[in-house]
Ligand binder design. Structure first.
Ligand code: GLC
Length: 590
C-alpha cells in the first residue's frame, strides 16, 4: 500500500441488480442504486455553477514545464502550455503549492503564504498566468495548506522563540511526560506522524514538544486559536483578490486534535517505517473541522464567480465523505478517495462504490480522480502488464463519463507511468528514504511531463531535470501521441469533447445496470437522452445483453456508439454487445 491510506476494506462487496423498467430489490440501503429514474434524479441538485461541469487538471509545478533551463518547472512554463490545456479540453487547473518553502515536502511546507517561491517565478508571472488562463476559459485553483506551516515560517519562528511569545499558542506545544529541568522525558502521548515515528518533536530552547502530523519540519497550526483563523482567512482573501477560482484544501481532516491527548489505539502489524500501526482516532476528523470549512466557505463566497472548494480528505466511508458538503455551506467537491483507492480493476467493486455515491444522503457533487502527486499513477495501478494502454483508455472512460467533476493528473492523458527511483541515493521525497525499500516515496508519480521524444522530453533544456525522465517518454509523449488517432491522448480528447457536447454526460443521472462480475455498465440519462457505458474490466471477451426494460430500450432499439475502443459498426443491438477484453463502449440509445 502506498502512503495514501486505502480504506477499501471498509465496505464489504455487495452487488446488486437493477433495471429501469423492471425493478430489482436493492441489496442494502447503503449500497443500493436509486430504484427508478425519477428517484435517481429527484434530489440531486443541479445548477449552472461552472464546477459542476468542469474537468479539473492537477499540475505539479516542479514537473510540468521548465522555462528557464534550471531543471525545475515554473509558472512561465505553465503559461506557455495553456494552449495545450485548452486544446485538450479541460476547464480548470489546480496547481500544487508554489509559495516560498524550504521544500522538505516539496512545497507543502510553506514559509510564506502570500508570495511566490522565486524558484517558480514572480507574482507578476502568477498574475499573468491567471490572466492568460482566463482568456482561454481556464480557471486557476490554488492549494490551501491549512493544517501546518513550515518550521521556517515566521509565525513558527516567533512561536518557538519563547514560551511567552504572542504566537506561542499558534502551534500545538505540550510538556513531555515525566519531563524535568534536565530531562526531556517522553513525548506527551503515542500519536504518530503520517510520515513515520512520533508526531511530537522536542524543542530544546523552550523545553517543550511541538506537534506535527506530517514531517518534523511541518508543525501543526493550532486551530483553537482565533488569531490563526484571522491569519489564514487573510490568505484566502489575498489569493481571491488575485482572481483565483477557489482552493483545494490540503489534509483537512487533520486540523484538530483531542485536547486531552488520549493515546491512539494500536492496530496489528507495523508500517513501512517500522512503527506499530495505529488508528489516528484522536487526530482525524474531529467535528470542529466542519466549523473551519464553513468559515472558509464564507470567506470565499464574498467573491463573485462561484468560487469552488475542493477537499483532500481521505474519509473512511461515504457517510463521512458526505459530511464535507455540510448543508450546502461547506465544500462543493470533496475528493472521493474511496473510489480513487480501489486498487484493482473490479466491476463489482466500482459498481458498489458508485452506487453508494448516487445514494449519498447529501446528494452532493462527486469529485473523481485516479492519480495524483501522492499515489502511484493509474496506468500502473490498474494495468495488468499486458493491456495497460487499453486499460488506461477504459479508466479514462470511467473517469470522464460518470456523474461528477473529474480531476485529472498531468500526464495521465499520455499514459505516463510511475517511475520509482532505482536506488535510495536517488530518492528526493524524505519518506522514500525513511521507508526504503517498502516505501519508495512519491518521486515515481512526480516525474517531468512528457512533451516530446527528445532526451529531456521537451520539459527542460537542462541536462539534468530535478527528477529523471522515464524511459517510456520516448514513446508516450504529446508530440508522438498527437499524431496517432488511437493514442491515449486522443482518447482523452475525444472523451473530453463528448462530455461537453452530450447533455446526458454533463448533467444526467447515473444508474448502474445489471450485476455482471466483469462488466461495469451504467446509464447516464437527462430528459429524453439515454447514454449507456459498458466497461469490460476483464481479460475475457464478454457478450453483454440488456434485459427487457433496461434503460427503456425495446426490441427495435439500437445503440449508436459515441466512443468505442473496439470496432462496433454504426449501430449495436442491445441484445448482443460483444466486448473484447478491456473494451469500453459509450453509446446513445435511439
Ligand atoms: C497532502 C499533500 C501531500 C503532503 C501532505 C502534507 O496530503 O497532498 O503531498 O505531503 O498533505 O502537506
Amino acid at each position: 500500500m502506498h502512503w495514501t491510506k486505502s480504506f477499501v476494506a471498509a465496505i464489504a462487496g455487495c452487488a446488486l441488480s437493477l433495471s429501469i423498467g423492471t425493478l430489482a430489490p436493492t441489496a442494502s440501503a447503503q449500497a443500493s442504486a436509486p430504484t427508478s429514474l425519477a428517484e435517481a434524479g429527484k434530489d440531486q441538485p443541479t445548477g449552472s455553477e461552472w464546477w459542476r461541469h468542469a474537468v479539473i487538471y492537477e499540475i505539479y509545478p516542479r514537473s510540468f514545464q521548465d522555462s528557464n533551463g534550471d531543471g525545475v518547472g515554473d509558472i512561465k512554463g505553465i503559461t506557455a502550455r495553456l494552449d495545450y490545456l485548452h486544446d485538450l479540453g479541460i476547464d480548470a487547473i489546480w496547481i500544487t503549492p508554489m509559495y516560498p518553502s524550504p521544500g522538505i515536502d516539496y512545497g507543502y511546507d510553506i514559509s510564506d503564504y502570500t508570495a511566490i517561491d522565486p524558484e517558480y517565478g514572480t507574482m507578476a508571472d502568477f498574475d499573468n498566468l491567471v490572466a492568460e488562463a482566463k482568456k482561454r476559459d481556464i480557471r486557476v485553483i490554488m492549494d490551501y495548506v491549512i493544517n501546518h506551516t513550515s518550521d521556517q515560517n515566521k509565525w513558527f519562528l516567533e512561536s518557538r522563540s519563547s514560551r511567552d511569545n504572542p504566537k506561542r499558542d499558534w502551534y500545538v506545544w505540550r510538556d513531555g511526560k515525566g519531563e524535568t529541568a534536565t530531562d526531556k522525558g517522553q513525548p506527551p502521548n503515542n500519536w504518530q506522524s503520517w510520515f513515520g515515528h512520533s508526531a511530537w518533536q522536542w524543542d530544546e530552547k523552550t523545553r517543550q514538544y511541538y506537534y506535527h502530523y506530517f514531517y518534523v519540519q511541518q508543525p501543526d497550526l493550532n486551530w483553537r486559536n482565533p488569531d490563526v483563523h484571522k491569519a489564514m482567512d487573510g490568505v484566502l482573501d489575498f489569493w481571491m483578490k488575485r482572481g483565483v477560482a477557489g482552493f483545494r484544501i490540503d489534509a483537512v481532516s487533520r486540523l484538530y486534535e483531542d485536547p486531552n491527548l488520549h493515546d491512539d489505539p494500536y492496530l496489528s502489524g507495523r508500517n513501512a517505517y517500522g512503527d506499530r500501526n495505529i488508528q489516528h482516532k484522536y487526530t482525524d476528523d474531529l467535528p470542529q473541522v466542519h466549523d473551519v470549512l464553513k468559515e472558509v466557505r464564507s470567506v470565499v463566497d464574498k467573491y463573485p464567480g462561484d468560487p469552488v472548494l475542493v477537499t483532500e480528505a481521505d474519509e473512511p466511508n461515504v457517510q463521512a465523505l458526505s459530511k464535507m458538503y455540510g448543508n450546502g455551506d461547506e465544500v462543493q467537491l470533496p475528493m472521493d478517495f474511496q473510489i480513487a483507492d480501489v486498487n484493482e480493476l473490479s466491476a463489482p467493486r466500482f459498481r458498489e462504490l458508485f452506487n453508494q455515491i448516487e445514494n449519498n444522503s447529501a446528494h452532493g457533487q462527486p469529485e473523481y480522480f485516479f492519480s495524483n502527486h501522492d499515489q502511484p499513477r493509474q496506468w500502473d495501478r490498474y494495468g495488468d502488464g499486458v493491456h495497460n494502454d487499453q486499460i488506461a483508455k477504459l479508466m479514462a472512460v470511467l473517469e470522464l463519463t460518470t456523474r461528477g467533476t473529474p480531476q485529472m493528473y498531468y500526464g495521465e492523458e499520455l499514459g505516463m507511468r510511475t517511475t520509482d527511483p532505482a536506488r535510495i541515493e536517488d530518492v528526493h521525497d524524505p519518506i522514500g528514504k525513511l521507508g526504503w525499500p517498502k516505501e519508495k516515496g512519491r518521486d515515481g508519480e512526480r516525474t517531468p511531463m512528457q512533451w516530446t521524444s527528445s532526451q529531456e522530453a521537451g520539459f527542460t533544456t537542462a541536462t539534468k531535470p530535478w527528477l529523471p525522465i522515464p524511459p517510456s517518454a520516448s514513446k508516450y509523449n504529446v508530440e508522438a501521441e498527437s499524431k496517432n488517432p488511437n493514442s491515449i491522448l486522443n482518447t482523452y480528447k475525444e472523451l473530453l469533447a463528448l462530455r461537453k457536447s452530450e447533455p446526458a454526460l454533463r448533467d444526467g443521472v447515473q444508474i448502474s445496470i445489471g450485476n455482471d462480475s466483469d462488466v461495469f455498465a451504467y446509464l447516464r440519462r437527462s430528459r429524453d437522452e439515454s447514454i449507456i457505458v459498458l466497461l469490460n474490466m476483464s481479460s475475457k471477451e464478454k457478450v453483454f445483453a440488456f434485459r427487457p426494460g433496461d434503460v427503456q430500450l425495446n426490441d427495435s432499439s439500437t445503440l449508436r456508439p459515441l466512443y468505442s475502443s473496439t470496432r462496433v459498426g454504426e449501430s449495436i443491438s442491445p441484445a448482443h454487445v460483444v466486448l473484447p477484453p478491456f473494451a469500453a463502449v459509450v453509446a446513445k440509445a435511439q
